[in-house]
Design a protein around this ligand. Structure first.
Ligand SMILES: O=C(CO)COP(=O)(O)O
Length: 251
């Protein structure tokens, strides 16, 4: 089973509207006819302008978060209905920064995944362990419980639309990448877990990305691993040249 690689740029709280336009005007003319799926996830305030620029291109648009309700008294939140109308294709759910600073839990992650799927948004679901958890030797049990809780009451048809991203927290923005072998070990365990919960056919279809200090210099090695289907990139997705280099790792 060959899964098409996916390279997603998570801009986090970076790039203004002007910077977004500048980025896309530089990146898009080069990013034609590439053999990977590309997703750009700018801040909410730049989604409209990005959607306009991306129209008619192969590059997809993602949001970095959403609420699970369609509308209501949730000051400061953005709903799936609003994202769909922009139109966004993807939405990142349960990023470790959301879990750490904004009190997201496995339960809210599961609610958001279900809501995204109902609204035809493709979830990029993040899981990952802290340095303390890795040192304690509980990485696998922690990640498997995040995966299990994320997928509560989700059908196998729905699961095929979900992308997972394994992002060890200690590797995010630190310059410390997990070794390709360490990333492969966890990602193949996630795939086995999905096979146990559903079936191996479904598990073979699900794309699982690695994230954490991915750069043009280390992406090739990561992508050589059998179960790593792409990257969720923070810092190196902010500049058109380095993001382009990531999207062309296989050329
Ligand atoms: O958190 C990440 C992507 O979601 C990774 O960020 P960095 O690539 O900056 O380490």
């Amino acid at each position: 089973m060959s899964r098409k690689p996916l390279i997603a740029g998570n801009w986090k709280m970076n790039n203004t509207k002007t910077e977004t336009i500048k980025f896309l005007e530089s990146f898009l003319p080069k990013a034609k006819g590439l053999s990977v799926d590309i997703v750009i996830c700018p801040p909410f305030t730049n989604l409209f302008v990005a959607a306009e620029k991306l129209e008619g291109t192969d590059v997809k648009l993602g949001a970095q978060n959403m609420h699970w309700e369609d509308k209501g008294a949730f000051t400061g939140e953005v709903s799936p209905v609003m994202l769909k109308e922009i139109p966004c294709d993807y939405v990142i759910i349960g990023h470790s920064e959301r879990r750490q600073y904004f009190a997201e839990t496995d339960e809210t992650v599961n609610k958001k995944i279900k809501s995204a799927l109902q609204h035809d948004l493709l979830p990029i679901v993040c899981v990952g362990e802290s340095l303390a958890q890795r040192e304690e030797g509980i990485t696998m049990s922690w990640i498997m419980s995040q995966v299990e809780n994320a997928l509560k009451d989700i059908s196998s048809q729905e699961l095929e639309k979900i992308v997972f991203a394994y992002e060890p927290i200690w590797a995010i923005g630190t310059g410390k990448t997990a070794s390709a072998a360490d990333a492969q070990e966890v990602i193949s365990a996630i795939r086995k877990k999905i096979a146990q919960m559903y079936c191996s056919d479904t598990a073979e279809k699900v794309r699982i990305l690695y994230g954490g200090s991915v750069k043009p210099e280390n992406i090739k090695e990561l992508m050589q691993e059998a179960d790593i289907d792409g990257a969720l990139v923070g810092g190196a997705s902010l500049k058109p040249d380095s993001f382009y280099a990531l999207c062309t790792f296989n050329l």
